[in-house]
Design a protein around this ligand. Structure first.
Ligand code: ADP
Ligand code: NI
Length: 212
């Protein structure tokens, strides 16, 4: 495996996200990378596997690159080119298991995968999570809120992934408020609590202001 694989993965991810505005920017990936490595230290997980899976976790995301979402071929090609064939299967497996797809989302079967999933989910909640949700909503030309469009609570993947008219505020009920109780590691559970409280306060204030 190339000695500079981490630096190269950062550069590769930067290249992949160059033209994206849907919340899949390089800054998200770098935050997930830093948080995942910190969780890996506390959980005695393999730091290099965790770091690579974090840096590559969104390069084949179904919103960013639908044609490679299934095969994960961008991440695969990068790992091969860097001489990481031996580690590739484990890393690709993690990437396939991290995404939130509803209440039946998979739980990664490795400790490294659990750290990456927790880091990805921590970045979807709290102050940054609120900001990402509204920039995603704006990108999709969604309304912030509409009292007549009800959230699909407790949706399983088949319903969650289906395209439908929706509002950004509903995303809090359909995903963001669920994440606190879906964290794998104890450190992430603790971090999630404060971020979850902030989001609840935000949504409460939002509705109060909306309803005058
Ligand atoms: P991840 O990086 O966790 O795989 P997603 O691809 O599901 O995230 O989404 C990227 C960002 O956009 C996240 O912060 C997520 O919460 C937000 N997002 C996803 N779907 C919606 C939606 N329907 N409305 C508002 N925000 C969304
Ligand atoms: Ni992500």
């Amino acid at each position: 495996m190339n000695d500079n694989i981490i630096e190269n993965a950062i550069r590769f991810a930067e290249e992949c996200f160059k033209n994206d505005s849907s919340g899949h920017d390089i800054d998200h990936t770098l935050r997930v990378y830093r948080t995942a490595v910190r969780l890996a230290e506390r959980e005695n997980a393999d730091k290099k596997i965790t770091a690579l899976a974090a840096l590559l976790h969104d390069v084949d995301d179904r919103k960013l690159s639908p044609e490679t979402a299934e095969s994960k071929s961008r991440a695969r090609a990068f790992l091969k080119e860097q001489g990481a064939e031996e580690e590739a299967e484990k890393i690709i497996r993690i990437i396939s298991q991290v995404s939130f797809v509803g209440t039946d989302s998979p739980v990664p079967d490795s400790i490294e995968g659990k750290c990456v999933q927790d880091a990805d989910r921590l970045d979807a909640i709290g102050a940054i999570g609120i900001a990402r949700a509204f920039s995603f909503g704006a990108d999709r030309k969604r309304k912030m809120y509409d009292p007549d469009v009800k959230p699909l609570e407790g949706a399983k993947s088949s319903e969650y992934l289906a395209e439908r008219e929706n509002t950004t505020l509903n995303h809090f009920y359909e995903k963001l408020f669920l994440l606190k109780d879906m964290m794998n590691t104890d450190s992430a559970k603790r971090l999630a609590e404060g971020r979850d409280r902030l989001m609840h306060l935000f949504v409460e204030s939002f509705l109060e202001e909306w309803n005058g």
